[in-house]
Design a protein around this ligand. Structure first.
Ligand code: 5RP
Length: 233
């Protein structure tokens, strides 16, 4: 077993990353962008994991001085296992970053957060001049929300307030509390919050801002208007 596969299996991605060959191509594309001295925002999810592997291989082969700013605990562990030094948004600013997405529409709006890391992902993305969004064709949609619900991270004390407010939105089709795999309780985010997965009939241009306006909403998985470049295969 190659060392990278061993690490992937330790990280629970034992070779069953969906669309792996395609994701690998986009991972190599982003690894080409690394320069000596870069501070890079490190995304979360399987595509970002493959990109991080490709970046670390270059860093090690060429002896580059590169640091990562992880967007989640998962990304933090991946950096540590693969051997990429990390820093934080408090100590540094990312020169650029990379991340995956669940959906991208033709206005370059994204839905992210299947891994529940959208709060930190958005902080890192908003701090970087550019974030490369690594996607395969299956993530491109004509209508945002076509395949995925929008994750809305909520302070648990506000769960009834947020749910009842969302129920008044005519654009909302369904609201589901995200449950842990064993269904023995809700998923709790790194920030200690719960997630409502909200299915929309239609995601209006101002949806990210209006959702954030509901007291108790900490973050949403709608990413609109950030400086991104979509790298797709
Ligand atoms: C995690 C994310 C991921 O970037 C998104 O879910 C894509 O994941 P993958 O690359 O595994 O398809 O937003 O919060």
């Amino acid at each position: 077993m190659k060392w990278t596969n061993q690490i992937a299996s330790q990280l629970n991605w034992s070779g069953d990353i969906s669309n792996k060959e395609v994701k690998q191509q986009v991972a190599f594309q982003v690894a080409e962008k690394v320069k000596d001295g870069d501070v890079i925002g490190i995304g979360s999810g399987s595509t970002s994991f493959l990109a991080l592997q490709a970046i670390v291989e270059r860093v090690k082969e060429e002896g580059l001085d590169v640091k990562g700013i992880p967007t989640s605990k998962e990304a933090e562990i991946n950096c540590s296992v693969l051997g990429l030094p990390t820093t934080t948004l408090i100590d540094s600013r990312p020169d650029w970053g990379f991340d995956g997405a669940d959906e991208v529409d033709d206005e370059q709006r994204l839905i992210k957060g299947r891994g529940g890391a959208m709060l930190r992902e958005k902080l890192v993305m908003a701090s970087a001049d550019k974030t490369y969004i690594l996607v395969d064709q299956s993530k491109i949609v004509t209508r945002l929300g076509e395949k995925f619900a929008v994750p809305v991270e909520v302070d648990s004390r506000a769960i009834h307030l947020v749910e009842s407010t969302l129920e008044t939105y005519t654009s909302v089709e369904r609201i589901e509390m995200r449950m842990a795999d064993k269904k023995d309780g809700p998923v709790i985010t790194e920030g200690g919050h719960v997630i409502l997965d909200v299915t929309f009939h239609d995601i209006a241009p101002g949806a990210e801002t209006s959702l954030k306006g509901i007291p108790g909403v900490v973050e949403t998985g709608i990413f609109a208007g950030y400086p991104i470049e979509v790298l797709k295969v």
